[in-house]
Design a protein around this ligand. Structure first.
Ligand SMILES: Cc1ncc(COP(=O)(O)O)c(C=O)c1O
Length: 397
């Protein structure tokens, strides 16, 4: 869409107005059709010849692409302000394929801690097997980041805001350091979304989202996306074709449908989460609230400078023990207990028993995953109901 178009319009129409570069809806259908196919056939052997020689622009097999998926990719590129986008079957497929595509044996990456646990596990278990080393540094410590850079360092990887403590990484400072050392920067912007933060405008090379979260938005699909300049994205596309984490066409359709209301949902989730964070901050049964929209958050000034909203997740430590935390979780009536976030239904998660259960308690506590830490993903319910529900459950601990 044209550069002047705003995000709400892009979310509805982006990627849908052209078919193979020609203006018009695909098959004249208002909603994007689902090309439920694994294979694309050739009219004759000459067509095969033209395709393999690069004389025709078409598809041959579903692992390399699908028209419904292409619309979703174009819509996402429109939303993020990226030249190109590539979709995957999950956020983790996006993360793992990107890291494998961008690094080779003998190279090194620096990754900010307080990241999604499976991303950390991938670095420590899988990349290590291929002789790719990673050093973890504290999110927000730029001296530690610079001192971790070695001669063979290729990449800096971070989430912002991070999961689950909502640390905000200074994108200007990170990009400046990376440029100084000729490194690429990859930001997992899942918690921010393109409504709240635009890392590419800060010079970040690639943005990743778990589209399972806010972009899909309905807790009904798994998807991941990588966005950036066309040559980089194209290199990752080659790896997706080999590693195979392609998005199914039906899922691409669900994602397109979810994206149409993404700015509406996200704006409400931003607003409700801020109200909830302010309420929690003043509650005697809460020890600490982690929400970058609060002035008390250590990275609030950075967040204010580089974000336009602070997201729909509020994490907090209760002023109680494990039993009290369980009573609180069981006392809530509106949010479901679960592992995900970003959808229309509020979900509450207890990181120490859901995502970090394999770690020893001491190791968990060392990285701030306390027994009394709770992560609340605010849905689109009425915030008054969510707060009344919290009030009731907090009263019971
Ligand atoms: C920040 C972040 N990145 C990546 C992922 C992985 O995404 P998916 O669950 O879609 O594989 C998650 C999942 O929670 C996440 O929170």
């Amino acid at each position: 869409m044209s550069d002047e178009t705003r995000l709400g319009t892009r979310a509805v129409h982006g990627g849908e107005q052209y078919v193979d570069g020609v203006k018009g809806h695909w098959g004249h259908a208002l909603t994007v059709p689902i090309a439920q196919t694994s294979t694309y056939v050739f009219e004759d052997t000459q067509a095969v010849d033209d395709f393999v020689a690069g004389r025709s622009n078409r598809l041959d097999y579903g692992r390399y692409g699908n028209p419904t998926q292409h619309v979703a990719e174009q819509k996402l590129a429109d939303l993020e302000g990226a030249e190109s986008a590539i979709l995957f079957s999950s956020g983790m497929a996006a993360v793992t394929t990107t890291l494998l595509a961008m690094m080779r044996s003998g190279q090194h990456g620096v990754i900010m801690d307080d990241c999604y646990r499976k991303t950390a596990q991938f670095c420590k278990m899988v990349l290590k097997k291929f002789d790719i080393e990673t050093t973890f540094v504290r999110a927000g410590d730029y001296e530690q980041l610079e001192s971790a850079i070695q001669e063979n360092t290729r990449l800096v990887v971070s989430e912002s805001p991070t999961n689950p403590h909502l640390n905000v990484v200074d994108l200007d400072a990170t990009v400046a350091l990376a440029k100084k050392h000729r490194l690429k920067v990859v930001i997992d912007s899942t918690f921010a979304t393109p409504l709240n933060q635009r890392p590419l405008e800060f010079g970040v090379d690639l943005v990743i989202h778990s589209a399972t979260k806010y972009l899909g938005g309905h807790n009904d699909l798994m998807a991941g996306v990588v966005l950036g300049d066309a040559p980089l994205v194209s290199a990752i596309r080659d790896y997706r074709g080999i590693l195979g984490g392609v998005l199914d066409p039906h899922c691409a359709y669900l994602l397109i449908r979810g994206l149409k209301t993404f700015p509406l949902r996200m704006a409400r989730q931003n607003e409700s989460a801020l109200r909830m964070a302010q309420y929690l901050e003043n509650h005697p049964k809460i020890r600490q609230v982690y929400y970058p929209g609060l002035q008390s958050h250590p990275h609030h000034e950075i967040a204010r400078a580089q974000m336009t909203g602070y997201g729909g997740v509020v994490s907090f430590d209760l002023a109680t023990d494990l039993d009290g935390t369980m009573r609180f979780l069981d006392g809530l009536r509106v949010p479901c207990i679960g592992a995900s976030l970003g959808g229309v239904e509020s979900i509450i998660s207890h990181p120490s028993t859901i995502s970090y259960y394999e770690l020893d308690r001491e190791d968990r506590i060392a990285i701030g995953i306390l027994d009394e830490l709770v992560r609340y993903s605010v849905g689109v319910e009425d915030v008054e109901d969510l707060i009344a529900d919290l009030d009731h459950a907090l009263g019971a601990i």
